[in-house]
Design a protein around this ligand. Sequence first.
Ligand code: PRP
Length: 209
Amino acid sequence: MADPLTIAIPNGRLLKPLMDYFSIKGIQIKFGSRKLSAVDSSGRLEFYKVKNSDLPTYVHHRITGLGIAGDDTLIESGHSFVRLSTLPIGKTSLCIAAPKDSPAVEEHGASVVNVATSYVRLTREWFHRRGIPVKIIRLGGSVELAPRLGLAEYITDLVETGGTLKANGLEILKKLADLRVRLIANPAYFKLHYREIGEFTDILTRGKR
Ligand code: PRP
């Protein structure tokens, strides 16, 4: 039998819905206790649980041939991938948020808008496209604290339920982008394994095997 396809999957909040989705599609994987890799029951797919933000690096360097990640992670990495399909899980959006009654960023009086975010590339592009001068402050997490602590008037962050914003006294001013979860491939790996990859993509997007 040929070597299994290698697939990086994010070891974060997407993991549970992704494993449920695999199960619906008839892909059976059992990770041993604390184990970060596993081969599925068919022996044709080998999965690696990696940190979300590291996933593009693994696929870019062809350490794994395939990966599953959100647009936010993929775009922020700056790497190019073959985008194979979109999964119906993990839908989020990137939004600008600020404390209640803050002016829209377009109506902000100062010469530069201060924005704290973990999504620097997406945020910069959005402001640049609109010609709004912006100073971006990069944070690794807990971005919702930035306005209250006086680090920045505005934030951009992922919003799923809106619960985190609400709990921290912030409200959405504008949606910047809808973000989806994609199956991606390293371009060279895709050329070498396109037949097996096509079969895997079919299983993920169509029926159960
Ligand atoms: C993400 C995001 C928000 C939160 C939004 O954080 O950065 O903080 O989820 O979800 P909600 O709209 O359902 O409340 P995550 O939990 O992934 O951790 P992070 O703070 O490290 O980014």
